[in-house]
Each structure stands twice: as C-alpha cells, then as structure tokens.
Design a protein around this ligand. Sequence first.
Ligand code: PSU
Ligand code: MN
Length: 314
Amino acid sequence: MPTDHFLKLPAGFALNGEVANALRQHTPVVALESTVVTHGLPHPENLTLAQDMENAVRKAGGIPATIAVLDGKIQVGLDANQLQQLATVSHPRKISIRDFAPALVQRAIGGTTVAATLFAAHQAGIRVFATGGIGGVHRFPAYDISTDLPLLATTPVIVVCAGAKAILDLPGTLEYLETVGVPVIGYQTDEFPAFYSRESGLPVSARANSAEEVAAIATTHWGLGQKSALLVAVPPPSEVALPRIQVEGAIEQALAESKEQKIRGQAITPFLLGRVSTLTGKASLQANLGLLLNNAHVAAQIAQRLASGQHKLI
Ligand code: PSU
Ligand code: MN
C-alpha cells in the first residue's frame, strides 16, 4: 500500500488539505475534471454544476478532488474560492498533459482535460475519476485523436463517464480502446452510451451490475499486473437523456460549420459541443448536467467499495 505516496508529489502539485487527509485515511476520493467548468458550460451553470458534483460525491460518502491549474500549481482539490475563480476567469486555458509546464511557468489558469486530470489524479494516488464524456477519435479530421485515449491506455484509474462525446466517431473510439486494451465496462447496460443518449447500438466489452462488481473487476485487472484505466460507461438518467436521432441532426450541422470555418486542434471539441448545445437548446444542457451529477454519484459509490475492500478478490 502506498501509505504516504502523495507526500512525494512533485513540486508542481498542490494537494488540498482535505484531500490529503482523505488519502491518508483511505477515505474514498473522487477526482473531477475541470474543462467542463472552463470550456463546457455557460456561467453560472458551470459554477453550480462544479459545486453540485462535489456535493454529490460528499453525499455518497466521498471527498471530491476537482483538478485544475491555478497559482502556478496543478491543484488536486480546490477550495470554494479557487472553484469560483476557475468558473469566472476570462480566457482560461484548456490544459492537456503537454500544456501543464507552460501553464505553470506562466501562472495561467486552466481547466484540465480528461487526459490531464487522469495524469494528475494518478500522481496523487487517486483511483476513481468522474467526468461527463471522454474525448476520442474525431469524425473529421479522422487523424485528430484525443490524448484522452493514450492516457487511458497507460493510467490505472477508474474513469466514470457517459461514454465518449457524441460528436466523435464512436465506433472508431471503441476500436482504439480495444487496440490498447482498455476494458469498457457498461454500468448496468450492455450498450455503450452516447453521452446525451442512452443508446449507440455499440456493445461494451463487459457489463457490471453494481459498484461492488466494478471495484472487483478493477482490483482483479490491476492485480494481474495490467496498467490501463477501466472505462465505466454509465447511461445518462432516463429523465434527461435525449433520443440519439434528435442529437445527430445537430451534430451533423455543427460538423459542417466546423469544416467551413476550418476549426482544428484543441478548439474543435469546445466548438462542436457549444454548437450542439445551442442547436438543441436547454434539453442538451439539462442532459449534460444530469449525467455529470449521476456520474459523480456512481463514481463515489465505486470509490467507497474500492476503499473498503468490500468486494471479492479473484
Ligand atoms: N467539455 C467541453 N469541452 C471540452 C472538454 C470537455 O465542453 O473541450 C474536454 C474534455 O476534458 C476532454 C477533451 O478530455 O475535451 C477532449 O478534447 P480533445 O479532443 O482536444 O482532446
Ligand atoms: Mn485533438
């Protein structure tokens, strides 16, 4: 057991006191992504969502660790002021793993992507992470593959999501995850969800029916000596989920606009998600908020089982 592993964090990290205590005492900790706060949601929904996600983790008996870059450090766990600063700053950076060092040196403020949050969570010894949807293989251009995927291949953390962002090439994204050996676990489902929608027509690699089963599969996977993440795909709650056909029209239009405006690189995901959100109106915002909260709740339950060891070891 890496008892004081987190005390050896490199100088570029700042570990929140409450999170440090939780890790020391083996209280369940759930890492939370922050690009959704800086680039994914409008203000003030971004701040209330971040606070609600933290509360959802606490209600389920866990300690939240929202990860972001502020004050020249990779912050693992934010206090109320830091969260507010992150949610209101103008021109925040979108920070993936290669963007950390420049952002620290230049004392920039930024939200961390799934890849960057995974990296930081693992460095701090956190084993469960909740997000909305992972990045993946883009539909266009197809060579645009999110750093989220190679990081999932090499980082032993449970990532709880509602699948991959619906704007992506979902079959291509699942093929990549198969190639690099990341288990894709459907949470009480056999189908990979499509972020806003419960259905995609695509299968997961295994199904788990409870938090306990996820914890057992993760412990067994890592116990074999495997180093990858486990992707836990949770369908968005029925009350907020949108039919896939309704979202697809908006995605097609957003994609056409992105081609026309030659949007590329880091900017494409926020652009497409922003356009889909505008085109589908309040319904997609409600779906996005609902699935994020649900994922935080499920992640906390998994972290609880993992921390208590209340699962069968194979
Ligand atoms: N939510 C948004 N916009 C984003 C993201 C989330 O509304 O840009 C981030 C996620 O953090 C995800 C990342 O990890 O987009 C993937 O972006 P890219 O395709 O540039 O790797
Ligand atoms: Mn990209």
